[in-house]
Design a protein around this ligand. Structure first.
Ligand code: NAP
Length: 382
């Protein structure tokens, strides 16, 4: 791919020569001012003065774009508060957007992709190859086609640009970096097992047979706990993507097709409109009631569990013992258990709320600061 972005010197190589008295300027572009992107804009706006004062880091918001509009040079508070209509815009052209954020004077540049778009993920290799860092909660690149992922990683390796994606698996929970740190320090992953969907955790925590499962799905949908199309949660595909990301982090080139996914969506409702699915929700009730009865018979509870054993992945509802850690997770908690050579008798567990725009935006922001940290910026006041 050829894109019109000025050559960019690797910040890693430049780091030791940086004049620490002068602020490090980092141009920032945000793709996708939806729920997470809007929360990130607010967090950036609130933190920017402190980062400049305490860390000598000057974050310059250069541009924001959604799928149709791009707003360039949008460092204006009113604009960031409400994008549409606040400033003239031009149609989105992603490479033009990236070139604008990169600037013309060799500044460091970071693109935060807060979309869920494959079209945006398709651009990562070009951006990283041109020295632009990418931080993202978008799962598409890290769980999409293996060839594209290899191409993206190779582009980052070649230029020294960084790609961070902590928010893809546990939203604000430190899951990807925890695994990375284990592996980088010589540990070996034997298995990872987890409850990786806050929505399914909430549904199965609440499902005790007193009301039909479909009523709980409708309630979760009305409260905004599910994706707009609840099938994205119930099919298990979102969880499968997270499992693929963890497997690849551990060096195994797993694909979505390799994961055995047991969907909760009946085949007859899998392909119609969202409205048709919601209207037919009652079709889930009988199979779910049967699963609940089976769990009770076995003295256990139902939980949605993802597992990667080092070679193969599986995702679906399982019966777990009442004293299993997964049986005691709260509300929308995600739980990730890493069994490694070091943590073999007692797995390393990361647990907490695994969804929400605020915490996800904070993970993206942390990734951005990690990029700045690699350029020699200190993270704390002193
Ligand atoms: N929300 C959470 O709690 C959570 C948790 C963990 C991870 N995530 C991940 O974070 C990402 C954002 O989630 P969200 O809840 O903020 O979604 P959202 O509210 O639907 O926002 C998505 C944004 O992406 C934009 N977009 C879509 N396609 C685009 C394209 N081709 N080019 C540029 N912009 C494009 C959309 O713009 P239009 O309006 O023009 O379509 C919208 O502004 C997703 O990848 C999601 O999986 C979210």
């Amino acid at each position: 791919m050829s894109i019109a972005i000025a050559p960019y010197r690797s910040p890693l190589r430049a780091a030791p020569l940086r004049d620490v008295a002068a602020p490090l300027v980092v141009n920032v572009g945000i793709v996708g001012p939806g729920k997470v992107g809007t929360a990130l804009l607010a967090q950036l706006r609130a933190a920017t003065p402190r980062l400049l004062r305490d860390c000598r880091l000057e974050l310059r918001l250069r541009a924001v774009c959604d799928s149709r509009h791009m707003w360039l040079d949008c460092d204006d508070e009113a604009l960031n508060g409400r994008l549409h209509g606040a400033q003239t815009w031009r149609p989105t052209e992603l490479d033009e957007f990236a070139a604008y954020v990169a600037g013309e004077h060799g500044e460091a540049a970071v693109l935060a992709d807060c979309s869920a778009s494959d079209l945006v993920a398709d651009r990562y290799a070009g951006w990283l190859g041109a020295g632009i860092h990418v931080v993202t909660p978008n799962k598409r690149a890290a769980s999409g086609p293996v060839d594209r992922w290899r191409h993206i990683r190779a582009a980052a390796d070649a230029s020294g640009a960084r790609l961070h994606y902590e928010g893809t698996v546990g939203a604000g929970l430190p899951v990807v970096q925890t695994l990375r740190d284990l592996l980088d320090t010589g540990d070996e992953l034997m298995a990872v097992e987890g409850m990786l969907s806050g929505t399914l955790a909430w549904l199965l925590n609440r499902f005790d047979g007193s009301v039909p499962f479909s009523v709980l799905v409708r309630e979760a949908h009305d409260m905004g706990y599910t994706e707009p199309d609840a099938r994205d949660d119930l099919s298990g595909m979102d969880v499968a993507r997270k499992l693929v990301i963890l497997a690849r982090e551990a060096g195994v080139a797993l694909s979505l097709d390799d994961v055995a996914v047991r969907s909760l969506v009946p085949e007859a409702l899998a392909h119609g409109s969202r409205d048709a699915f919601m209207a037919g929700l009652a079709a889930l009730d009988e199979p779910m009631a049967a699963m609940l009865a089976e769990a009770r018979e076995a003295g256990g509870v139902l939980r949605h569990v993802a597992r990667f054993d080092g070679r193969q992945g599986s995702v679906g509802v399982r019966v777990v013992d009442r004293d299993h850690a997964f049986a005691h997770a709260h509300l929308t908690d995600n739980v990730v258990r890493f069994a490694t050579r070091r943590y073999c008798d007692n797995a390393l567990v990361v647990q907490g709320p695994g969804a929400g725009p605020e915490v996800t935006a904070a993970a993206v922001f942390t990734d951005l600061l990690r990029v700045a940290g690699a350029m020699g910026v200190k993270r704390c006041a002193c």
